[in-house]
Design a protein around this ligand. Sequence first.
Ligand code: NDP
Ligand SMILES: CC(C)CCC[C@@H](C)[C@H]1CC=C2C3=C(CC[C@@]21C)[C@@]1(C)CC[C@H](O)C(C)(C)[C@@H]1CC3
Length: 637
Amino acid sequence: MTMPSVKYQRGEMVMGRWPGSSLYYEVKVLRYDASSQLYTVIYKDGTELELKEQDIKNAAGFQTRSRSRSRSRSPGRRRSRSRSPARTTRRSSSRTAAAVATAAITESAPTSRRDAKLKDTPEVRLSPLKQTKAAENNSNNKHEKKEEKQKEENNTANKVNESESKVEAESEKNQGRYNLRRRKDDGDAKALEIKPEKLEEKDAKLAAASAASLSSPLDFGGKMASLLCFVLPPGAYFWLLFLPAWVLFLVLQVNLEDPSLANFPPLLPPFEAFWDAQALGFVILWVLFQVLLYILPVGKLSEGMPLRSGERLKYRTNGFFAIAVSAVAVVAAVHQGVDLTYIHSHFLQLATASLLISVLLSIYLYVRSRYAAPEQLALGGNSGNVVYDFFKGHELNPRIKDFDLKFFCEMRPGLIGWCLINFAMALAEMKEQSLNAPSYSMILVNLFQLLYVLDGLWNEEAILTTMDLMHDGFGFMLAFGDLVWVPFTYTLQAYYLVSHPNLLSLPALAAIVTLKLVGFYIFRKSNSEKNAFRRNPSDPKLSHLKTIPTATGKSLLVSGWWGVVRHPNYLGDLMMALAWSLPCGFSHLLPWHYMIYFIILLVHRDSRDMSECRRKYGSAWDEYCRTVRYRIIPRVY
Ligand SMILES: NC(=O)C1=CN([C@@H]2O[C@H](COP(=O)(O)OP(=O)(O)OC[C@H]3O[C@@H](n4cnc5c(N)ncnc54)[C@H](OP(=O)(O)O)[C@@H]3O)[C@@H](O)[C@H]2O)C=CC1
Ligand SMILES: CC(C)CCC[C@@H](C)[C@H]1CC=C2C3=C(CC[C@@]21C)[C@@]1(C)CC[C@H](O)C(C)(C)[C@@H]1CC3
């Protein structure tokens, strides 16, 4: 069957430009979409891309250079084979698109100018970005020369610096023009050189980095999106209804004298019981108060990780200041006679009001994401299905001027609100049980969780390297999670203790405190290690750590905390979660809700992260997994 009035026909073998480069590969035309005027083509390694007509050329007129010939001719290639750390560490025969592109650059681009350059280069490594650096060394740009020299001096023991991530980001910029649907990781695409255009070093750099970056998130997004369109809308409908209902159920349940599963389902109160305009007013005031603290020009402006556009957003990281001022305001209010136990007695109404705000915010987020530029969208949450995208989040970093909605919601009203609610529960316990001071259990829960939040806010910058900030879109899941789930389910232990006292023996208390401190130590140290490494891989403090280079230019830590298990931070977090539930005893499941949810969440996050890293880093990730065998708990899981 032919496609009328289009230049290239279905099934035709043509040459397709590799994103961000002058490299052309042999591709087969699959279809043409008249509305977008894009051809869907498939590369030999299984990659499907949508290309514009100008990025396609007829096969005739291309000069094919065989790989074996160019391999023997390229000194860079020969040397890199034996010397590249990447080579020595990776034994897998599978070749990622990045590797293929790297090979393409080294093998099939040797214009005489380029060959000469490589010959002059003292060492050429296979890793595309480093190789690019080597090539750049020969340029007349003194500044770059100096930078490279400095890098060599630091010995880079397989490490990369920021300029490399810029390259990666630069290359990702090019993705805007392409839409990668699917690619198989292992492939043998053959690079051909387009005669009339000379392959410039910059192109080579872009091609390598671009291939590396394309091989990952878009691929994941594309492949997953088609799957998700079928599987997830029902899932998204389910979670959309289930999660709010579940929170309201928990809040109703914790109010019962005996919140055991035997009393399920609790009697449903009349509709009016859920609603209180005053409660809504308080929630709005709280959020506005936090907005005010966030926008005050106090505290550091921190840079986020490079976006696909190459841009680095700035974030006002004054969370510690915000919680300190909030604490002073709350203590002053209590001193003035404000009865904080209102929070305990109106928990259901406050939860409903927060839910309403999170729904309205999610609608706003979804609507504005429809007008966002493609490079502002998250790679997941981009399926085209309204319900799924609404739930998962469409836009990566929605901002009103400099006000970052995702960062603000994740770090401020809910997180600081969590401590406020816990404090209110301590007061409610004293009132309800006629105590002069909160119980030991209540004090532990309050102090432990306060420490967790204070730590998160003190190290606020570290959140900029987490999955939520770097990869996830901002939609209902996170808006609801931040504004409802965190403040109204993470506080269940404290709420439970108000009317379910649990006496602790001294040894039990000591054991719980030890567990919390050890968990906290692991959590903090491992998160800081990764954050410091991602921010500056050449940090002298980290020079003792072993790393594995990856084709993207980023390396993976393979010793230190990240050499013990693949997610040491989750391990510490889980130990802390256990320490939060133990003070409530074992009479009911409810105070263990956080622990159960958290295990599910972290196991799911770990497997999501595994597939994303597998796609991003290919065989380097496999090697990391072979070296560090356990995911979260050493020798267990
Ligand atoms: N209390 C709560 O409700 C929750 C708490 N958390 C906590 O938040 C923190 C952040 O968690 P999360 O964002 O899920 O994940 P991580 O902070 O663990 O981030 C995972 C990312 O780290 C990088 N990475 C993985 N392995 C290595 C390695 N060996 N060397 C260097 N970099 C590596 C990868 O990103 P890249 O290579 O792209 O940099 C990977 O995608 C955790 O401490 C977690 O426990 C999380 C969820 C909920
Ligand atoms: C509604 C769903 C079932 C789940 C929603 C998940 C969210 C509640 C969590 C996703 C990642 C989070 C993080 C924190 C809070 C919970 C959410 C938003 C965090 C801010 C808590 C404090 C920590 O110190 C942290 C490391 C900064 C956490 C980062 C991830």
